[in-house]
Ligand binder design. Structure first.
Ligand SMILES: [Zn+2]
Length: 474
């Protein structure tokens, strides 16, 4: 049986920080990101995992049976995604090693939905670490993108194709986990048209294209032999920088905003000498937040190069890890035991009196009841008390954070459901946060120790409703 598979909804996440090309110009005397005016920067406590969870949390997860996660250089994303979304019975797969990982993940989602009829989600996230003194570092940005596939999806797949040609000198991670490479464009100029021709109609003059974007010219140079420049849309890279695996998905989301029913759209992912091409027909518009460029063009927090180098941990990265302290140490077994609380605020509600306990308890403080229903808190609340931790007073686990990000805010948050927690503040100047400030929960890196990154909740001031932020999924 053959079913039509399509994209039902799309979502994305950009960090709130950006750096402009002029800052590189001032620091290094040049900027190597062609066609890039500014790029997004992951905050000190963000990485591929936190960004992927943020993008994925905007989708409706009912009926999803499969997660395909793609990243060039990040940690494995699928396990934390499953934990953060509470979807512990879904199948999952990780795709990594090149920017074509998102294309490979897309093919696996299409196969899954076609053969099983259940929904699938593709999540891609990247904020690769480059070598500060090398031009290749300049364009590297940060973003995550997510797509929900189903048999009802309005952006219907009509053809897929792929082509691979082994190339030397493409992007690779050096022995310190930093991204290096050369000759990417030369290989792509051969490989991309070979894959695209497999899916394009004989007369491609009415097809629109979204493509991996490593700089402002890549898409047009690799597709230029097949399509007119005006057909190649969705230039997000100009304001986001090279966002790796998520870049073709962001380009598609941008392109969708200017397309109409019946249009044909080519999606091209490229990396490591391999290309995936997929041709879609827009039958009905999938759910998608505001156009990515609109969000990137709205007021952002611009940082200078020194601040950028600190956030990317260029200077502190090779320091020995902090020693264990009694202050904030969390053993790996304790961490693993409490992941559901840490990632998705899983609380216990007393079945006798409906009182919420977080962290979960075994006896109700309100009525002494001993039966509970486990359910996540919505992640919204207000500040009950707030302080700022200055140099010298932080547990050693947070010493690196203090070195690069300065003083940090700690507060007691009162959840709407009642419980209170002590938590770090993020994405704000802590001195701007007052008692009663409305805050919302986000998953962030807490610290890394014993070779394991601990993730958990932090809180940031709630914003008026915007397309890239939303409360946690209930
Ligand atoms: Zn009770």
């Amino acid at each position: 049986m053959s079913v039509m598979v399509g994209i039902e909804a799309l979502s994305y996440y950009f960090p709130r920080y950006s750096i402009k090309a002029e800052e590189y110009q001032e620091a290094w005397g040049y900027f190597a990101g062609r066609g890039i005016r500014e790029k997004t920067v992951a905050a000190y406590d963000e990485d591929e995992v936190t960004m992927a969870c943020q993008a994925a949390s905007n989708l409706a997860w009912d009926g999803v049976g499969y997660i395909a996660a793609a990243t060039v250089a990040g940690p494995r994303l699928s396990s934390p995604l499953v934990s953060a979304l509470g979807e512990d019975c879904v199948r999952k797969a990780d795709f990594t090693g090149s920017t074509n990982a998102s294309g490979e993940a897309l093919l696996s989602c299409l196969d899954y939905v076609e053969t099983r009829g259940e929904k699938a989600v593709l999540v891609a996230a990247d904020c690769p670490m480059g070598v500060p003194s090398e031009p290749m570092e300049h364009p590297l940005g940060a973003a995550a993108a997510a797509m929900l596939f189903s048999v009802e999806g309005g952006l219907e797949i009509s053809q897929t194709g792929s082509h691979t040609q082994e190339e030397m000198g493409e992007r690779y991670l050096d022995d310190r986990g930093r991204l290096r490479g050369r000759g990417v464009r030369d290989a792509a100029t051969d490989v991309v048209p070979q894959a695209a021709r497999q899916v394009l109609p004989k007369d491609p003059s009415h097809v629109w294209a979204a493509c991996s974007e490593f700089d402002g010219r890549f898409a047009r140079s690799v597709l230029g032999a097949l399509l007119r420049p005006a057909q190649i849309g969705g230039n997000v890279v100009e304001l986001s920088g090279d966002t790796g695996c998520s870049s073709p998905l962001l380009a598609l989301m941008e392109l969708l905003h200017s397309r109409k029913r019946g249009d044909e759209i080519l999606l091209v992912t490229y990396g490591g000498g391999s290309c995936v091409a997929a041709l879609f027909r827009l039958r009905s518009r999938p759910k998608v937040a505001a156009a990515p460029r609109t969000v990137l063009a709205s007021p952002r927090v611009h940082v200078d190069y020194i601040h950028y180098a600190q956030m990317r941990r260029f200077l502190s990265r090779d320091r020995p890890p902090s020693e264990l302290s009694m202050g904030a140490y969390l053993s790996i077994p304790s961490y693993l035991d409490t992941i559901q609380e840490r990632y998705r605020l899983l609380a216990s509600r007393c079945t006798e009196c409906n009182h919420f306990h977080f962290p979960p308890r075994y006896v109700c403080l309100q009525c002494g009841g001993q039966t509970f229903h486990r359910e996540p808190l919505a992640g919204k609340g207000e500040v009950y008390a707030r302080t700022v931790i200055s140099r010298g007073s932080a547990p050693t686990e947070f010493r690196e954070q203090q070195d690069v990000a300065g003083d940090y805010g700690v507060c007691i948050v009162q959840f709407e459901e009642g419980p209170r927690v002590i938590t770090q503040l993020t994405d704000c100047d802590p001195t701007d946060v007052e008692i009663g400030t409305r805050v919302e929960c986000v998953l962030r890196r807490i610290y890394r120790q014993e070779g394991v990154t601990r993730y958990g909740y932090k809180f940031r001031p709630s914003k008026p409703k915007s397309p890239t932020s939303r409360g946690r999924r209930k």
